[in-house]
Design a protein around this ligand. Structure first.
Ligand SMILES: [Fe+2]
Length: 295
């Protein structure tokens, strides 16, 4: 069984054709697909029929399955675990049963973010299988953080060199949390390098995002906001964005270390259902770490 790789965008994303990923796959095939993933950061297989167990087997070829963010310690007494939170599988859906969402992140637009960048060991990759889509919207946009870093003017690269940023997230959140009215103690958070070095490609990638990045270490909030806004001009540059229009049967995976993603709005009256799984990651490597120290 051979497959072909078709670029979806000049910078990010490729479609893999000619392969049924519900079947067992051998190591040689997986090595070739992993290389395609490292080359394109986002991969899509269309027209797949995957039940939960088949998706789990496919995901497990890429690494150990990742845990859910809702298992991370956070001290908010009001925070309830999301539906089915013990499982590695997560439904992303606005469908409601008895008035309660059957999944998480149910409605509307979601700003650009890296999944779980607020954890010490963020999940490495996410896999979404599309089951139902609304008639319009609910698309997922992906932006290339390698190229965003390359595009920074030298002066801006120097301003962020060696710096960390505070990444923060709450279970239900579609825009940046206002920390003036919340205690950090009750929120999932972690200080991360502003630029990471990818463990497999060795390339630097920007690791800040509009949804979760709060403050740059050593700057006051106003200075930090100005610097982050300047960076978002590069990270959200439309020239670096591939927008995926979902169809049922799409399995899409992305690399959380070198891409950000966002969701476009969609009609609240229509159903959207995705089955998500992840693979675990390790502590991220700052771009300025020397190779020996990073081992
Ligand atoms: Fe996400």
């Amino acid at each position: 069984m051979a497959f072909t790789v078709h670029k979806l965008h000049p910078h990010i994303g490729a479609e893999i054709r000619g392969i049924d990923i519900s079947l067992p796959l051998d190591q040689e095939m997986m090595a070739a697909m992993r290389q395609a993933w490292l080359d394109h950061s986002v991969l899509v297989w269309r027209g797949q029929e995957l039940d939960k167990d088949q998706q789990r087997r496919f995901v497990s070829y890429w690494g150990p399955l990742g845990g859910r963010a809702s298992r991370l310690p956070a001290k908010n007494p009001n925070r309830e675990p999301g539906p089915d939170y013990q499982s590695e599988e997560m439904l992303i859906s606005n469908i409601r049963k008895d008035g309660k969402p059957i999944g998480v992140l149910p409605d509307g637009e979601l700003w650009f973010h890296h999944d779980m960048c607020y954890a010490e060991e963020p999940n490495r990759a996410s896999f979404l299988f599309c089951i139902e889509t609304p008639s319009t919207g609910g698309n997922t946009k992906f932006a290339d953080m390698y190229q965003a870093y390359e595009n920074l003017p030298q002066k801006l690269k120097e301003r962020i060199h060696g710096r960390r940023v505070l990444q923060v997230f709450d279970a239900i959140q579609d825009s940046r949390i206002d920390l003036s009215s919340r205690s950090l103690d009750e929120l999932m958070h972690y200080w991360q390098p502003m630029v990471v070095r990818h463990p497999e490609t060795g390339r630097p990638a920007i690791y800040v995002n509009r949804l979760m990045s709060h403050v740059v270490e050593g700057l006051d909030q106003a200075e930090s906001d100005a610097l982050l806004d300047e960076l978002y001009e590069y990270t959200e540059d439309p020239a670096l964005v591939y927008e995926h229009v979902w169809k049922p049967g799409d399995l899409l995976m992305w690399d959380n270390l070198c891409s950000i993603h966002a969701r476009t709005d969609f009609p609240a009256t229509e159903r959207r259902l995705m089955r998500r799984m992840t693979i675990a990651g390790e502590r991220v490597i700052p771009a300025w770490a020397d190779t020996a120290a990073a081992q």
